[in-house]
Design a protein around this ligand. Structure first.
Ligand code: ADP
Ligand code: GLC
Length: 485
């Protein structure tokens, strides 16, 4: 079976969040099921070296304002099709934002082109390879079924591949002025509420949800939450109507990249049998974040985008409780300026107890997972979340809000779960600063009893967080679609 993945990021090449981790991991696991997955990805500057080692397999003299080509390349265990279109992707800085922190003004072309090219691969194949199924990830790939539908409307008997739309985060929908439709070659006939129109605008994600054969999202709880006005962000009505075709498939993590026994970024790799070695990693964190050491209280960490989704303003409010318990916090993140300023100030106010590094640092994120005692994820909503899964694998116990994938992956340290030795973390609800403060108290109490804490660490490190089970679910879904006549 042949499947085309289409996404705007892919680890380890280009990453702003969990989407990249998923795209970099799933194809490798699906290969074990005999699925031939190719990943279509824009050739950003970060991919220049990889691009140079590939073969040109397709050329477009004019793709929305400039020449483009597709380069086929195998790297990091992935078969990739890189869309090399310098006028769209060869620019410095963020892949989504310009130097002023605003969306690139031509993002509709940049990701419309990605979707258009994917649809051509679906229709015509590429070098003898033709996907049975296209899996579009997030809004950047949302127009694929629209382009396919248009082709069917225009040509009698055109066969198109089946389409799956995966929602990683419904907060990002790719909304644009209606006027760009003709620039993107989209027919007026598609501009209605059952196709690409979203309250008078062009909606990339809307199109993907409305026109794909199946819709998936990244955890069962988020699939359910998406049907409610609180989480559906305006698309809940459409999702309710398509409920039969929607399913939540829980994300996993790449067990080779995230393995505490072999992790080259750790000062001291370790296993369940050598947990004491974690202390060396903890010391490295203390040095790097300017923290004084205190073995009697936990070292909390945060590795996150700093946005309102992640609920870190609640952590700022709850910080006095954390400090009052003698605990410490190491935060690595970047994003909203007010949150960056808030945490930078906290690091000054609580020098030695709060350490903050504003920025993005993949290696440091591994060290934080390998040496902290607990990781805080107080998100207001979280489609799946990966940092709590890395925490589970590394024995950095997650303290999480009860929402989306966080609720699906962390076993709360309540009396029953502690007794049955299943507890892997602390789960709190409702999601507010008081409950977060309470969860911090509970974590400190658990830490104070080192026998209980160790039992939780061991339960966490043995908890299954890989891709095996979910990859089988994706496989079954693709198979069902591919076999359908
Ligand atoms: P989201 O995709 O919503 O940002 P996830 O938890 O799914 O949330 O994935 C975030 C990914 O990005 C994880 O791999 C996490 O380790 C990484 N990450 C987030 N912020 C940083 C940072 N500042 N430095 C390094 N890695 C980060
Ligand atoms: C999104 C979500 C996050 C999820 C990731 C990968 O960025 O915010 O919860 O883990 O996608 O699916």
């Amino acid at each position: 079976m042949d499947v085309l993945f289409v996404a705007s990021e892919c680890a380890p090449f280009v990453k702003t969040g969990g989407l990249a981790d998923v795209i970099g991991a799933v194809p490798k696991v699906l290969e074990n099921h005999g699925v031939d997955v190719r990943v279509l990805l824009p050739a950003y500057p970060a991919l220049a070296k990889v691009l140079a080692s590939g073969d040109v397999v397709e050329e477009y003299p004019d793709l929305f304002g400039g020449p483009a080509r597709i380069v086929s390349v195998h790297a990091e265990g992935l078969n990739m099709l890189l869309l090399d279109a310098p006028h769209l992707y060869d620019r410095p800085g963020s892949i989504y934002l310009n130097a002023k922190g605003i969306d690139w003004p031509d993002n509709h072309f940049r990701f419309g082109a990605l979707s258009f090219v994917a649809s051509r691969i679906g229709l015509n194949g590429i070098k003898g390879w033709k996907p049975d199924v296209i899996n579009a990830h997030d809004w950047q790939a949302g127009l694929i079924p629209a382009y396919l539908k248009q082709e069917q409307m225009e040509g009698v008997g055109v066969t198109v591949p089946r389409c799956v739309m995966t929602i990683h985060n419904i907060a990002f929908q790719g909304l644009f002025d209606r006027s760009v439709c003709s620039d993107l070659g989209l027919s007026d006939e598609l501009f209605h509420s059952e196709a690409i129109e979203y309250y008078g605008k062009l909606g990339f994600l809307k199109a993907g949800i409305a026109l794909s054969d199946k819709i998936t999202t990244v955890s069962p709880t988020y699939a359910y939450e998406l049907l409610t006005p609180e989480f559906g962000m305006g698309l809940e009505g459409l999702l309710q109507a398509r409920q039969q075709d929607l399913c939540g498939i829980l994300n996993g993590i790449d067990l080779e990249v995230w393995n505490p026994q072999t992790d080259a970024d750790l000062v001291a790799p370790y296993s369940t049998r050598s947990l004491k070695r974690r202390l060396k990693n903890r010391e490295a964190i203390e040095r790097r974040f300017g923290l004084t050491s205190n073995p009697t209280a936990p070292l909390f960490c945060v590795v996150s985008r700093l946005t309102s989704q992640k609920g870190l303003d609640l952590l700022l409010e709850a910080l006095p409780v954390l400090i009052g318990r003698g605990a410490r916090l190491a935060l690595l993140g970047s994003g909203d300026k007010d949150l960056e300023a808030g945490f930078t100030k906290a690091a000054k106010d609580y020098a030695g107890s709060v350490g903050v590094i504003i920025g993005y640092d993949e290696k440091l994120s591994h060290v934080l997972q390998g040496g902290s005692d607990a990781i805080l994820v107080p998100s207001r909503f979280e489609p799946c979340g990966l940092t709590q899964l890395y925490g589970v694998r590394y024995g950095t116990l997650p303290v999480v809000a009860k929402t989306g994938g966080l609720a699906d992956t962390v076993v709360d340290a309540n009396a029953a779960n502690l007794k049955s030795k299943r507890a892997t973390g602390v789960v709190f609800s409702p999601i507010n600063a008081d409950q977060l403060a309470d969860a911090i108290h509970r974590t400190c109490d658990l830490f104070a009893d080192q026998a209980v804490w160790k039992q939780m660490v061991l339960a966490a490190m043995k908890y299954p967080v890989g891709w095996d089970r979910s990859a089988s679910v994706y496989y079954d879904l693709y198979k069902e679609l591919a076999d359908f006549e």
